[in-house]
Design a protein around this ligand. Structure first.
Ligand SMILES: [Zn+2]
Length: 221
């Protein structure tokens, strides 16, 4: 049914492809308007690139920032990632429901921010199956974006101190760091992210920069 090469070429990515000072900060969902506005302002104010994985179900939160996000994308400072429209675990969806969830979200992002999310997909809850991987590959998603660090904001009610402690632990060279725009408390994190990146001489990049062909060349052969 699927060409085997399509699946074989699909990569599941947890961290940078080689020794590097690069770090990729990724921001998912978008449940909280203040957190979404805060992250976009952070990207504009600092030169720290971000990768956004929004759900279309939160379009009322994201759409007012369309122009700002478009500018950041055009400047190469934001990469957009598909995270499905409704944030179900994709293992629980039928084939047709998964296709609809992915295509609907990409249609919204392309219409609103001017770019397709392909080839980037981040599975809600980090959950996927061989069957869902095959469907994603067929739809053009050859890069499954996982993570190896988190700012610890998946849990509701997390405190600012806990966020900062998790960020200090997770912002290591080569890391892909998971964050969410779901709780207002994350606005307390922005200054600390800047400090850690500067103190550790990290080089923040979008995930498309982290995995551009020149960075992968040394892995060939
Ligand atoms: Zn999510």
């Amino acid at each position: 049914m699927f060409a085997p090469t399509v699946i074989e070429k699909q990569q599941i990515l947890f961290n940078a492809p080689g020794p590097t000072r690069q770090i990729a900060l990724t921001v998912d969902d978008g449940f909280n308007a203040i957190a979404v506005a805060g992250y976009i302002d952070f990207a504009k104010r600092t030169n720290i690139p971000l990768s956004f994985a929004p759900n279309g179900m939160y379009q009322k939160v994201w759409n007012p920032h369309a122009d700002a996000v478009r500018s950041l994308i055009e400047a190469g400072r934001v990469t957009m990632v598909n995270h499905t429209w409704s944030h179900f675990s994709i293992r629980t969806l039928s084939d047709s429901a998964l296709r609809t969830e992915v295509e609907r979200n990409d249609d919204w992002i392309e219409r609103t921010f001017g770019v397709s999310t392909r080839p980037w997909f981040r599975p809600p809850y980090g959950e996927y199956s061989e069957r869902s991987r095959a469907i994603l590959a067929e739809l053009g998603y050859s890069r499954i974006l996982m993570w190896n660090g988190t700012v610890g904001d998946s849990r509701l009610g997390v405190t600012a101190d806990e966020l900062v402690a998790a960020a200090r632990e997770s912002l290591q060279p080569g890391a892909i760091v998971l964050g969410h725009a779901n709780q207002q408390v994350v606005v307390n994190l922005y200054g600390e992210l800047e400090r850690i990146i500067a103190q550790r001489a990290l080089v923040p990049v979008t995930i498309s920069s982290m995995f551009e062909p020149s960075n992968l060349a040394h892995l060939a052969g």
